[in-house]
Design a protein around this ligand. Structure first.
Ligand code: 5AD
Ligand code: SF4
Length: 450
């Protein structure tokens, strides 16, 4: 920023003002934005939901696939118009794309004043001051220790019922396609005590559901406390508090964790266990460190201890060297598991990952698209079949809000993480109600309170 005007001068000297934050990507980013808002609030900034009121605009970015980055470039282009309209406003890029591209973001798009990576959010207030006086405001240092442990996030959820709680950061797994270990750094766990305190506080404020977050929650470790013990302790805060967690790496999902889930009714009957592929050849080149057989054994262990548990997954179509047979193996894995839900992606090469450095991205865009379409179609069938099996059954639903379609209708989720729309009958957001399912689509259950 070359020109220093009055508004910039105020940011530079007094600090404080209005901050607007936009979040892209995963739930971890949602949690990070809440940490950023808390840091900024402690430095005199107030959150605004209107971009035109903001003194500082932050965009929390994702780098996991190229289309996620393209969206951000598009948004940055729009920021030029915002700047023109406003005369002056600071624009900062934070998160994984900031970490991956560093200075390049400032060089390519002249609208960017500030670049801050996921482990450097404590330096944001200082960097805003630097940027306001025209200095180079960039911090992309990764850390082995930073967990923002004691920071109490400013909640941005709309309902006051469900909250995300980060329990660890970073990832050590080095899946060959994935940029996350480079943008979020090495794995580290947040202290047990600060997690328990945060969840207790949320419950006292009326929250009824927490999702414990990390790239690989099953490798949580604080001293002698592992994920199973943490999960147990969180579940014991109150039987009225629902506990969810994401994401589990199949290689680390232990019997102990499965047993803890089985023994607490308030730990949700829903496990997200990304398979990525059903082919052993692909799993090997992806460096996933398990086989199809190992994965299916974990599924059997879940179903044996928790028969009513739903299972969801992430799948990648068209990874390097994927043959028709490999793809068929993914489809057959989907059928064998009968996933309730899946996030499905075309492989997108990320610069500097193991795959980008050593493997050819040799599946054509057309073939990737065709395979992804087959995967999506199959998943729609599986989701519909699973939902049809719920017709006639009664589920406990945590009410989250009013349905978009009608004011009399409420929506919430079952323990299995399925969305249910039903007639309100006086129930309030945050209540638990028993709902009998009458009909369904592949995405939603419809029912009524019993
Ligand atoms: N291309 C496509 N999908 C990817 N994912 C991670 N990296 C890539 C990539 N390069 C997917 C994985 C992961 C989810 C968060 O994103 O399925 O589980
Ligand atoms: Fe990426 Fe694999 Fe780590 Fe998930 S477990 S963040 S896919 S490296």
């Amino acid at each position: 920023m070359k020109k220093i005007d009055a508004q910039a001068l105020r940011l530079a000297t007094a600090g404080g003002g209005k901050i607007y934050i936009e979040t892209y990507g995963c739930q971890m980013n949602v949690g990070d934005s809440e940490v950023v808002l808390s840091i900024m609030k402690d430095n005199g900034y107030e959150r605004t939901e209107y971009i035109d009121n903001a003194d500082v605009i932050l965009i929390n970015t994702c780098a996991v696939r190229d289309n996620a980055e393209q969206r951000i470039w598009g948004r940055l282009f729009e920021m030029r118009a915002v700047k023109r309209r406003r005369g002056w406003v600071m624009v900062g890029i934070i998160g994984c794309m900031a970490e991956r591209l560093k200075e390049e973001l400032m060089e390519r798009e002249q609208v960017v004043d500030l670049v801050v990576g996921p482990d450097s959010y404590r330096s944001l207030p200082d960097l805003v001051r630097t940027a306001a006086t025209g200095g180079k405001a960039i911090n992309v240092m990764l850390s082995h220790e930073e967990t923002y442990a004691e920071i109490s996030p400013v909640r941005t959820d709309k309902n006051g019922v469900s909250a995300f709680v980060a329990i660890m950061r970073g990832c050590n797994n080095m899946c060959s396609y994935c940029v996350v270990p480079y943008t979020r750094g090495a794995e580290r766990s947040r202290s047990f005590e600060t997690i328990i305190n945060e969840v207790r506080n949320l419950f006292e404020r009326g929250y009824r559901e927490v999702t414990l977050l990390g790239q690989n929650v099953n490798s949580y470790m604080d001293g002698q406390v592992g994920f199973a013990q943490l999960l147990r302790a969180v579940a014991e805060i109150s039987p009225l508090l629902r506990v969810r967690f994401a994401t589990s790496h199949p290689k680390d999902l232990s019997d102990e964790v499965i047993n803890v889930i089985a023994s607490y009714k308030n730990i949700c009957r829903s496990i997200h266990l990304p398979a990525q592929s059903g082919s052993n050849v692909m799993l090997q080149v992806m460096n996933r460190k398990y086989t199809r057989e190992w994965y299916l054994e974990r599924i059997s262990a879940i179903k044996k201890s928790i028969p009513e548990c739903s299972v969801s997954t992430d799948l990648i179509a068209g990874f390097c060297g994927e043959t028709e047979q490999d793809h068929a193996d993914t489809l057959s894995l989907m059928n064998e598991v009968g996933y309730e839900f899946a996030y499905m992606f075309k492989y997108s090469e990320r610069p500097n990952t193991k795959a980008a450095r050593t493997m050819a991205d040799d599946i054509s865009e057309d073939v990737k698209t065709a395979r992804l379409t087959e995967i999506i179609n199959l998943q729609n069938e599986l989701s519909l079949a699973s939902n049809k099996r719920d017709i006639g059954k009664v589920f406990e639903v945590l009410v989250e809000g009013q349905s978009k379609r009608s004011a009399e209708q409420l929506f919430g989720r079952t323990s299995q993480n399925k969305v249910v729309v039903f007639d309100g009958r006086g129930a309030k957001v945050g209540d638990y109600v028993d709902v009998v399912v009458n009909s369904c689509s592949s995405a939603t259950l419809m029912g009524e309170v019993v």
